[in-house]
Ligand binder design. Structure first.
Ligand SMILES: *[C@@H]1O[C@H](CO)[C@@H](O)[C@H](O)[C@H]1NC(C)=O
Ligand SMILES: *[C@@H]1O[C@H](CO)[C@@H](O)[C@H](O)[C@H]1NC(C)=O
Ligand SMILES: [Ca+2]
Length: 198
């Protein structure tokens, strides 16, 4: 059973992280990625650099800067690495097919021979409920057929992309080391008067 304290904390996380996804979806539409095509490699444009001072090796994705890390860590270490790497960063959350395709494009570009990577999703205590580590709403999912296959157990509590079906998700053991993508909101990092985004 859950303690009511931890439920409140989760609710706070959810409320806190919820604001910006409609805007993000709209902006992602303008990124120039042809979504929904079968051959993603062919339809992927190179992502644009994130114009935040000190983070120009990150890429722009709507209101987010995202970066692919090609150095496998287990899920918790990957999330901690994200938090330590940029202000307000977490493992990436996904809220639309377009955003999902965008992340797939990045991985196809940077590491075509190993597409599997951690997303920021995990199952809450055998509940069958999935959450994002950035506290945003669970409003989109795109599972591999037959997945998630370990709900209500603690065997596979963390979510990866590109295991058996490209662009689809799978629950896997949180202990496994995988590459990962971090994300932070660039408007929380920009200070007044600093470099402006286009
Ligand atoms: C997808 O397009 C790329 C680039 O044009 C090409 O190299 C690759 O063979 C294509 N893959 C498939 C499955 O058609
Ligand atoms: C991840 O690895 C760290 C050691 O680097 C370990 O302390 C931690 O328990 C591991 N977490 C999982 C979920 O395997
Ligand atoms: Ca699974």
């Amino acid at each position: 059973m859950f303690k009511s304290g931890s439920i409140s904390l989760l609710l706070m996380m959810l409320l806190f992280g919820s604001g910006n996804f409609l805007t993000m979806k709209k902006e992602l539409c303008h990124l120039g990625f042809a979504a929904g095509r079968t051959n993603v490699t062919e339809s992927c444009a190179m992502p644009k650099s994130c114009k935040v001072y000190g983070f120009t090796d990150w890429y722009k994705a709507g209101r987010y800067c995202v970066k692919y890390f090609n150095s496998p860590l287990n899920f918790t270490d990957a999330e901690l690495k994200c938090r330590a790497t940029a202000p307000g960063a977490h493992l990436v959350s996904v809220h639309s097919k377009k955003h999902n395709d965008y992340l797939l494009c990045m991985v196809q570009k940077f590491n075509p021979n190993n597409l599997r990577f951690w997303l920021g999703a995990f199952e809450l205590f055998k509940s069958g409920v999935f959450l994002w580590t950035d506290g945003s709403f669970w409003d989109f999912q795109i599972w591999t057929s037959g997945e998630p296959n370990h709900m209500y157990t603690s065997t596979e509590d963390c979510v990866e992309m590109n295991w058996k079906e490209t662009g689809k998700w799978n629950d896997d053991s949180c202990h496994v080391k995988k590459n990962y993508i971090c994300a932070f909101k660039w408007d929380t990092v920009l200070k007044p008067g600093s470099e402006k985004m286009e």
